[in-house]
Design a protein around this ligand. Structure first.
Ligand SMILES: *Cc1c(COP(=O)(O)O)cnc(C)c1O
Length: 226
Protein backbone atom coordinates (compact mmCIF):
# COMPACT_ATOMS: atom_id res chain seq x y z
CA UNK A 1 0.00 0.00 0.00
CA UNK A 2 1.17 3.52 -0.69
CA UNK A 3 1.93 5.70 2.27
CA UNK A 4 -0.93 8.17 2.16
CA UNK A 5 0.01 9.98 5.36
CA UNK A 6 -0.08 13.75 4.81
CA UNK A 7 1.32 15.71 7.76
CA UNK A 8 -0.51 18.84 6.59
CA UNK A 9 -3.91 17.19 6.66
CA UNK A 10 -3.23 15.37 9.92
CA UNK A 11 -2.11 18.63 11.56
CA UNK A 12 -5.13 20.51 10.23
CA UNK A 13 -7.45 17.86 11.65
CA UNK A 14 -5.69 17.89 15.03
CA UNK A 15 -6.01 21.67 15.14
CA UNK A 16 -9.74 21.61 14.31
CA UNK A 17 -10.38 18.88 16.91
CA UNK A 18 -8.45 20.89 19.52
CA UNK A 19 -10.49 24.01 18.75
CA UNK A 20 -13.73 22.04 18.98
CA UNK A 21 -12.62 20.63 22.35
CA UNK A 22 -11.64 24.09 23.64
CA UNK A 23 -14.98 25.58 22.58
CA UNK A 24 -16.88 22.66 24.14
CA UNK A 25 -14.95 22.95 27.40
CA UNK A 26 -15.55 26.69 27.62
CA UNK A 27 -19.28 26.03 27.14
CA UNK A 28 -19.23 23.37 29.85
CA UNK A 29 -19.86 20.65 27.28
CA UNK A 30 -18.20 17.28 26.75
CA UNK A 31 -15.96 17.56 23.64
CA UNK A 32 -17.07 14.04 22.70
CA UNK A 33 -20.60 15.40 22.24
CA UNK A 34 -19.49 17.23 19.05
CA UNK A 35 -18.88 15.20 15.88
CA UNK A 36 -16.52 16.49 13.22
CA UNK A 37 -17.97 16.03 9.72
CA UNK A 38 -15.18 16.37 7.15
CA UNK A 39 -16.72 17.99 4.06
CA UNK A 40 -14.98 16.22 1.20
CA UNK A 41 -16.85 17.72 -1.79
CA UNK A 42 -14.58 18.49 -4.78
CA UNK A 43 -11.46 17.22 -2.96
CA UNK A 44 -9.03 15.05 -4.96
CA UNK A 45 -8.39 11.40 -4.12
CA UNK A 46 -5.03 11.96 -2.43
CA UNK A 47 -6.60 14.31 0.13
CA UNK A 48 -9.46 11.86 0.77
CA UNK A 49 -6.99 9.03 1.34
CA UNK A 50 -4.88 11.23 3.61
CA UNK A 51 -7.95 12.17 5.66
CA UNK A 52 -8.99 8.53 6.00
CA UNK A 53 -5.44 7.74 7.14
CA UNK A 54 -5.87 10.15 10.08
CA UNK A 55 -8.74 8.01 11.36
CA UNK A 56 -11.47 10.45 10.29
CA UNK A 57 -14.59 8.45 9.45
CA UNK A 58 -17.47 10.92 9.12
CA UNK A 59 -17.70 12.76 5.80
CA UNK A 60 -20.13 15.26 4.29
CA UNK A 61 -20.96 15.64 0.61
CA UNK A 62 -23.34 18.01 -1.14
CA UNK A 63 -24.03 16.23 -4.44
CA UNK A 64 -25.31 12.67 -4.83
CA UNK A 65 -23.50 11.73 -8.04
CA UNK A 66 -20.19 13.24 -7.00
CA UNK A 67 -20.45 11.40 -3.67
CA UNK A 68 -21.20 8.09 -5.43
CA UNK A 69 -18.07 8.47 -7.54
CA UNK A 70 -15.96 9.27 -4.48
CA UNK A 71 -17.35 6.77 -1.99
CA UNK A 72 -19.15 3.83 -3.61
CA UNK A 73 -16.01 1.68 -3.98
CA UNK A 74 -14.09 3.21 -1.10
CA UNK A 75 -16.73 2.66 1.54
CA UNK A 76 -16.50 -1.13 1.23
CA UNK A 77 -13.12 -0.92 2.97
CA UNK A 78 -14.44 0.89 6.05
CA UNK A 79 -17.21 -0.67 8.13
CA UNK A 80 -17.34 2.41 10.36
CA UNK A 81 -17.60 5.06 7.64
CA UNK A 82 -20.51 7.51 7.97
CA UNK A 83 -21.58 9.54 4.94
CA UNK A 84 -23.80 12.58 5.33
CA UNK A 85 -25.64 14.42 2.56
CA UNK A 86 -25.49 18.13 3.37
CA UNK A 87 -26.58 19.60 0.02
CA UNK A 88 -30.04 19.98 -1.52
CA UNK A 89 -31.64 16.72 -2.70
CA UNK A 90 -33.98 16.37 -5.67
CA UNK A 91 -36.81 13.88 -5.22
CA UNK A 92 -35.73 11.99 -8.34
CA UNK A 93 -32.36 11.26 -6.69
CA UNK A 94 -33.91 9.88 -3.49
CA UNK A 95 -33.20 6.25 -4.43
CA UNK A 96 -29.47 6.87 -4.97
CA UNK A 97 -29.25 9.01 -1.84
CA UNK A 98 -30.91 6.34 0.33
CA UNK A 99 -28.53 3.71 -1.07
CA UNK A 100 -25.39 5.72 -0.32
CA UNK A 101 -25.91 7.99 2.67
CA UNK A 102 -26.19 7.15 6.37
CA UNK A 103 -27.57 10.58 7.18
CA UNK A 104 -29.53 13.06 5.04
CA UNK A 105 -29.43 16.54 6.57
CA UNK A 106 -31.46 18.47 4.02
CA UNK A 107 -35.06 17.27 4.34
CA UNK A 108 -37.22 20.34 3.69
CA UNK A 109 -40.26 19.40 1.54
CA UNK A 110 -43.18 16.99 1.72
CA UNK A 111 -42.47 15.78 -1.82
CA UNK A 112 -38.93 14.84 -0.85
CA UNK A 113 -40.21 13.14 2.31
CA UNK A 114 -42.52 10.99 0.20
CA UNK A 115 -39.72 10.04 -2.17
CA UNK A 116 -37.40 9.17 0.76
CA UNK A 117 -40.10 7.08 2.44
CA UNK A 118 -40.71 5.12 -0.78
CA UNK A 119 -37.00 4.66 -1.46
CA UNK A 120 -36.31 3.56 2.14
CA UNK A 121 -39.14 1.02 2.06
CA UNK A 122 -37.86 -0.45 -1.22
CA UNK A 123 -34.22 -0.50 -0.12
CA UNK A 124 -34.91 -1.79 3.38
CA UNK A 125 -32.50 0.91 4.55
CA UNK A 126 -33.47 4.21 6.15
CA UNK A 127 -30.93 7.02 6.50
CA UNK A 128 -31.15 9.13 9.66
CA UNK A 129 -32.83 12.44 8.84
CA UNK A 130 -32.28 16.10 9.72
CA UNK A 131 -34.63 18.91 8.75
CA UNK A 132 -32.89 21.91 7.18
CA UNK A 133 -34.13 25.26 8.47
CA UNK A 134 -33.56 28.41 6.41
CA UNK A 135 -32.90 30.54 9.48
CA UNK A 136 -32.05 33.63 7.41
CA UNK A 137 -35.16 33.20 5.22
CA UNK A 138 -33.00 33.65 2.13
CA UNK A 139 -34.79 33.13 -1.18
CA UNK A 140 -31.89 31.28 -2.78
CA UNK A 141 -31.37 28.92 0.14
CA UNK A 142 -33.06 25.58 0.78
CA UNK A 143 -34.75 24.74 4.07
CA UNK A 144 -38.09 25.30 5.76
CA UNK A 145 -38.83 28.78 7.09
CA UNK A 146 -38.37 29.10 10.88
CA UNK A 147 -42.06 29.82 11.45
CA UNK A 148 -43.03 26.68 9.49
CA UNK A 149 -40.54 24.37 11.17
CA UNK A 150 -42.74 23.10 14.04
CA UNK A 151 -45.59 22.13 11.70
CA UNK A 152 -43.18 20.55 9.22
CA UNK A 153 -41.44 18.43 11.87
CA UNK A 154 -44.82 17.32 13.24
CA UNK A 155 -45.98 16.36 9.74
CA UNK A 156 -42.79 14.37 9.10
CA UNK A 157 -43.41 12.36 12.26
CA UNK A 158 -47.13 11.93 11.79
CA UNK A 159 -47.41 11.30 8.06
CA UNK A 160 -44.19 9.42 7.32
CA UNK A 161 -43.30 7.99 10.72
CA UNK A 162 -39.86 9.58 10.42
CA UNK A 163 -37.78 9.70 13.61
CA UNK A 164 -36.25 13.09 12.84
CA UNK A 165 -32.78 13.15 14.43
CA UNK A 166 -32.07 16.87 14.42
CA UNK A 167 -31.93 20.18 12.59
CA UNK A 168 -29.40 21.72 10.22
CA UNK A 169 -28.81 25.31 9.10
CA UNK A 170 -26.48 27.42 6.96
CA UNK A 171 -26.59 31.03 8.20
CA UNK A 172 -26.42 33.90 5.69
CA UNK A 173 -22.78 34.47 4.72
CA UNK A 174 -22.85 38.19 5.52
CA UNK A 175 -24.43 38.05 8.99
CA UNK A 176 -23.03 37.12 12.40
CA UNK A 177 -23.95 33.45 12.77
CA UNK A 178 -24.70 33.42 16.52
CA UNK A 179 -28.36 34.48 16.33
CA UNK A 180 -28.99 31.86 13.61
CA UNK A 181 -27.40 29.10 15.70
CA UNK A 182 -29.44 30.23 18.72
CA UNK A 183 -32.65 30.16 16.67
CA UNK A 184 -31.92 26.64 15.40
CA UNK A 185 -31.22 25.46 18.97
CA UNK A 186 -34.49 26.99 20.16
CA UNK A 187 -36.55 25.33 17.43
CA UNK A 188 -34.86 21.99 18.17
CA UNK A 189 -35.47 22.25 21.93
CA UNK A 190 -39.18 22.96 21.61
CA UNK A 191 -39.55 20.02 19.21
CA UNK A 192 -37.65 17.57 21.40
CA UNK A 193 -34.69 17.26 19.01
CA UNK A 194 -31.23 16.73 20.52
CA UNK A 195 -29.00 17.08 17.44
CA UNK A 196 -27.83 20.28 15.77
CA UNK A 197 -25.75 20.32 12.57
CA UNK A 198 -24.33 23.83 12.40
CA UNK A 199 -21.00 25.55 11.90
CA UNK A 200 -18.53 25.51 8.99
CA UNK A 201 -14.83 26.43 8.67
CA UNK A 202 -15.41 30.10 9.48
CA UNK A 203 -17.69 29.66 12.49
CA UNK A 204 -17.61 26.13 13.90
CA UNK A 205 -16.26 27.24 17.29
CA UNK A 206 -19.16 29.68 17.68
CA UNK A 207 -21.55 26.91 16.65
CA UNK A 208 -20.16 24.66 19.42
CA UNK A 209 -20.78 27.45 21.94
CA UNK A 210 -24.40 27.53 20.77
CA UNK A 211 -24.85 23.76 21.09
CA UNK A 212 -23.77 22.19 17.79
CA UNK A 213 -23.56 18.39 18.03
CA UNK A 214 -21.92 18.18 14.60
CA UNK A 215 -19.88 20.73 12.68
CA UNK A 216 -19.37 20.54 8.91
CA UNK A 217 -15.81 21.56 8.12
CA UNK A 218 -14.27 21.55 4.63
CA UNK A 219 -11.56 24.06 3.77
CA UNK A 220 -10.11 24.31 7.31
CA UNK A 221 -9.37 20.57 7.10
CA UNK A 222 -8.50 19.96 3.47
CA UNK A 223 -7.28 23.35 2.33
CA UNK A 224 -9.00 25.24 -0.45
CA UNK A 225 -11.41 23.31 -2.67
CA UNK A 226 -10.15 22.35 -6.13
C1 LIG B 1 -19.25 23.18 1.58
C2 LIG B 1 -20.11 23.09 2.77
C3 LIG B 1 -19.56 23.11 4.07
C4 LIG B 1 -18.07 23.29 4.35
O1 LIG B 1 -17.67 24.58 4.03
P1 LIG B 1 -16.23 25.14 4.52
O2 LIG B 1 -16.44 26.60 4.62
O3 LIG B 1 -15.24 24.74 3.48
O4 LIG B 1 -15.94 24.52 5.83
C5 LIG B 1 -20.42 22.98 5.14
N1 LIG B 1 -21.76 22.85 4.98
C6 LIG B 1 -22.33 22.82 3.75
C7 LIG B 1 -23.80 22.67 3.64
C8 LIG B 1 -21.52 22.95 2.62
O5 LIG B 1 -22.10 22.93 1.40
Amino acid sequence: MNDVTDPGIAAARSDVLARIAAAANSAGRDPASVALVAVSKTQPDDRIEAMLATGQRVFGENRVQEAEARWEMRRAGFSDLELRLIGPLQSNKAREAVALFDVIETLDRAKLAGALADASAKAGRAPRLYVQVNTGEEDQKAGVAPQEADAFIAAMRREYGFAIEGLMCIPPAEEPPGPHFALLAKIAARNGLAKLSMGMSADYEIAVLFGATSVRVGSALFGARM
